[in-house]
Design a binder for this molecule. Sequence first.
Ligand SMILES: Nc1nc2c(ncn2[C@@H]2O[C@H](COP(=O)(O)OP(=O)(O)O)[C@@H](O)[C@H]2O)c(=O)[nH]1
Ligand SMILES: [Mg+2]
Length: 557
Amino acid sequence: MKKPLQTTNIPQVKDIKDIIDAVQNVSEKFGLASLERQLEATQTLLSQNPPIDVAVLGQFKAGKSSFLNSLLGQNVLPVGVIPVTTAITRLEYGEKERVTVRHFDGTTISVPLANIAAYTSEAQNPDNKKNVAIVDIELSSLKKYAELRLVDTPGLGSVYKYHQSTAQNWLPEVGTALLAISADRPLSEHDLTLLSELTAHTPNVIILLTKADLLSAGQQNEVINFFRQTLQKELHQELPVYLYSTKTDTARYQEIIEREILKISANRDFEFLRILRHKTKFLVKSTMGYLNVALNSSLQADQQKEKLRAQIINEKVNETIIREELMIIARENQQQTRPLIQTYLEQFAGPLAQKARTRLARELPGWKGNLWKLTRRYEDWVSQIMSEEMSNLSKTEHHNFYGTLKKAHASFSRSIEVFRQLLSANIEQVLGAKLADVEWEIEPPQPDQPDIAFTKSFDIHLDLIWFLIPMFIFRKLFERHFIKGLHREVEINISRLAYQWEKRINYAIDSMRNQAITYVQKEITTIEGLLSQTKGKTEEIRHLTVLLQNLSDNLAA
Ligand SMILES: Nc1nc2c(ncn2[C@@H]2O[C@H](COP(=O)(O)OP(=O)(O)O)[C@@H](O)[C@H]2O)c(=O)[nH]1
Ligand SMILES: [Mg+2]
């Protein structure tokens, strides 16, 4: 066996290795089992750099074994009128005659040359009961073909089906193919199929028309022409066609075919690389074919997913629409907040004013000083009383201010519930999966108690004229004025209280609306996330296709 090809020194070999690695990668990723055999055979060629296998293929009884015996000038291989050859038999140069029988389980035995029929013939090894994978025969007479191995194969189309599969399985190994066709049996369908298959595995196919002695010279020419025309018509190929006979004119035929085989031997490394390149290109072509299938199905899967998404997140389950709906609920309720509180509080205005008047009427006579002092005292008093009263009102009545907050909460909850039901139904219909029931709770925020701040509401500006007014005359007048003014103070403060609560309640409504929107967004994002996780491999496949294409473009023709 030769030394491995120096992968680093020969650029072509390095390129081929890169491609094979890429194909291997794709093959593993996509489970391309049907590429395995070819891939493995090519990898073996690359790593072991074995002699070129010149294989004789063709239908059973075509005269394959007879041809090889004739070429060797030695009856090494069993021949017969019934299907004979059972196992792949390789003949190569060796200093000493030696036969190694290799079994499928990896074990090998050495046998004398005279005994090989015990392993390679149907008669002595029926159904390949002996589990022979390959028989290697080394002969010193093969020195002139030192760089080659001549390979005998079981026939195709034999009644023994495993003959066919043995030959077929071995095809990825083939270096140069000699297709043996009996000259008296013009090209069959089998042969054409085999030919087109062979061109996938090797750039070198030679047609050998055996048993030429069965035809006259004229018939021979006729058959050769028929072959050339048919190959052109059926396979669009021109292949070399040679005659052979083991019976008559053998030396003449032999000389020509021997010259062809020796040419391969003489240019062994060049031919080897050519064959390797051919196999590699074919591997790439097959891989691309598979990738294309994968790409199409992945594209379909992506489209399918896009369709699913559109069916689930449809016009009803749609963030924009729900946002609008929530906005309307918020606005309608918020507009009602102030009037509701205001109306409710108005009932307290009269009694409160009355209460204040009574108190003031009781306390006023005790107040001393001029009008300025009286007025300051009054303002302080009103401020304190209003603070107390408003704070009380807020404490005892605030639960009556929440009408719009409660209504908004109920409406938001209903909206969200409907959204979730629609989403759930869509998912169930499209994916056949049920969403887990998750209760959606909006937290209604508790508005704080508002601060009570008294606004100066005494509209008569007395500061500048107080010293002009004689109190002993007007005291009663001002007392009446103070008492009368109390009603307005109460009304202003109630309005203020209503406004302060409105602000707090409407803020709480907004905060619930935001909670609702966040919930909808999260729900939609989750579903979209689930759908996109199983995205097709489209991008990856495209990437691999480009990579393989680039690599194989590097490979010179
Ligand atoms: N007339 C004639 N018969 C041949 C020739 N070569 C082989 N045969 C016969 O064809 C039959 C099959 O030969 P074999 O080598 O076993 O065919 P294989 O099955 O293709 O290996 C045998 O009976 C041979 O004698 C030939 O050149 N001329
Ligand atoms: Mg045979």
